[in-house]
Write a protein that binds this ligand. Structure first.
Ligand code: SPV
Ligand code: MG
Length: 434
């Protein structure tokens, strides 16, 4: 059958995570103008300006393809419409008039400019009031999340984002800050993507050294309080995973509560924090033994969504790139889903030479950096050097420490708390956080 040349082409850009009557209204208007192609934003396009969608691209595509008002669904891999518009050359683009302001204003201007090239038109129906995906999503956040949904988020973020930004959280209060803080900088939406459950800060808040004196059960009790009030994914620092005979129980417990990733480091014996200057007496595991541990951990997990992350301590213990590479390839073959390459140098040269080498390996896995000592390093440098996850491993604890000391000194010195008022949040601010 010949294609009817008089049928007009209509383009609609959608994230379409939670479809509501506002979307249907747009589609009805669009389908009256001609055949509708939906440019469906990919997960990575969406996460460039707001949270990862609840439904992944494939799930959203299925829903849209089965709506009779829609003729075709195509991926739109950036917020900018230009690439798709140039290839389709639609007669019309339809979008709610809400994008005249805010973060999408520039995108709209670019659409108008592009459409001009073939005299295409922008049609902007009035925005449907009191309904938006963001409002529905906030309601969902109030309801919380399920372990399954939370667990799968890290893997999805790694697939969708240039870099996944993780911050240490050692209690529910800091968890809430990681969960809720959002910033717009140069029209970019910025937030933390998830939380790091650190052995160092979990020990420090209990007044104990980071040598596994605080056992897993105690740490998981604290973790539960964070899980109660947040929805973002959590990476658990499991030190060396404990005894090989016990590791499957740890993995199962963590998976059951909805942890997204477990980091296991290749050290043996009494644990000492990796950032300690003196690492005398600290031993690295043999490759063979550590691979056995990784395999056990892999066998214990139920779903592919849970990441087992192998942490390489070669650079911490003064060993060279060759050693780190040998381990990375072996750990990857043993089933690690990602590699955390640790370093306590002031500059990232060590980990960058590692990533350069490892990226050429057929056993390459996503890389994780912990820039505690090389804190001058920007996230864009990590991205350019092949890193997928950055963990700010202890910063909330280090933020609290000087603040508390300072206020404690002020109260002691002045023998009243008035002077400290300007250094602390108001009671209202604290109440409103919760
Ligand atoms: C932690 O935060 O407990 C870590 C990272 O394991 S480090 O302190 O650098 O060892
Ligand atoms: Mg640790």
């Amino acid at each position: 059958m010949k294609k009817n040349k008089n049928i007009k082409k209509v383009y609609v850009g959608f994230a379409a995570d939670i479809l509501h009557e506002g979307h249907i209204n747009i589609l009805k208007i669009a389908s009256k103008l001609g055949e509708v192609t939906v440019g469906l934003l990919t997960d990575s396009a969406i996460s460039s300006y707001k949270k990862l969608p609840h439904l992944n691209y494939k799930q959203r595509e299925i829903v849209l393809k089965n709506i009779k008002l829609v003729k075709k669904v195509l991926p739109q891999d950036s917020l900018d419409y230009t690439k798709n518009l140039l290839s389709i050359k639609p007669h019309y683009v339809v979008h709610g008039d809400d994008w005249k302001f805010g973060i999408q204003k520039k995108i709209r201007e670019q659409v108008i400019k592009t459409l001009k090239k073939w005299s295409g038109k922008l049609v902007e129906p009035k925005y449907t009031k009191n309904i938006s995906s963001s409002k529905i999503k906030n309601k969902i956040i109030e309801l919380g999340t399920s372990p399954e949904t939370r667990k799968s988020k890290l893997k999805r973020l790694i697939d969708a984002k240039k870099i996944v930004r993780i911050i240490e959280s050692h209690n529910a209060f800091t968890g809430l800050i990681a969960e809720n803080l959002k910033l717009i900088k140069n029209k970019n939406f910025l937030e933390f993507d998830g939380m790091w459950s650190s052995s160092l800060t979990d020990s420090a808040i209990r007044g104990k050294p980071d040598n596994q004196a605080v056992d897993y059960s105690t740490r998981i009790l604290g973790l539960n309080e964070i899980l109660d009030v947040t929805t973002k994914p959590i990476i658990f620092d499991a030190d060396n995973g404990g005894k090989i005979e016990h590791i499957s129980y740890l993995i199962r417990t963590l998976e059951r509560v909805g942890i997204s990733a477990v980091v296991i480091e290749d050290k043996v014996g009494l644990k000492r924090n990796s950032l300690f200057k003196n690492q005398v007496g600290v031993k690295q595991d043999s490759i063979e033994n550590f691979c056995k541990k990784l395999k056990k951990a892999k066998e214990a997990k139920i779903s592919d969504d849970l990441f087992i992350i192998a942490r390489i301590e070669s650079f911490i213990l003064g060993k060279d790139l060759k050693d780190a590479m040998r381990r990375a390839e072996a750990y990857s073959q043993a089933g690690a889903n990602a590699i955390l390459i640790h370093s306590k140098e002031k500059y990232p040269n060590q980990i960058f030479s590692f990533s350069k080498n490892f990226s050429k390996s057929k056993f390459f896995k996503p890389l994780i950096a912990v820039p505690s000592t090389y804190s001058r390093t920007y996230e864009h440098e990590l991205i350019n050097n092949g890193f997928k996850v950055v963990i700010y491993a202890n910063h909330f604890l280090r933020a609290i420490h000087p603040a508390i000391l300072n206020v404690a000194k002020m109260i002691l010195k002045n023998q009243r708390s008035f002077e400290a008022e300007k250094k602390i949040s108001s009671i209202n601010e604290v109440i409103n956080l919760i």
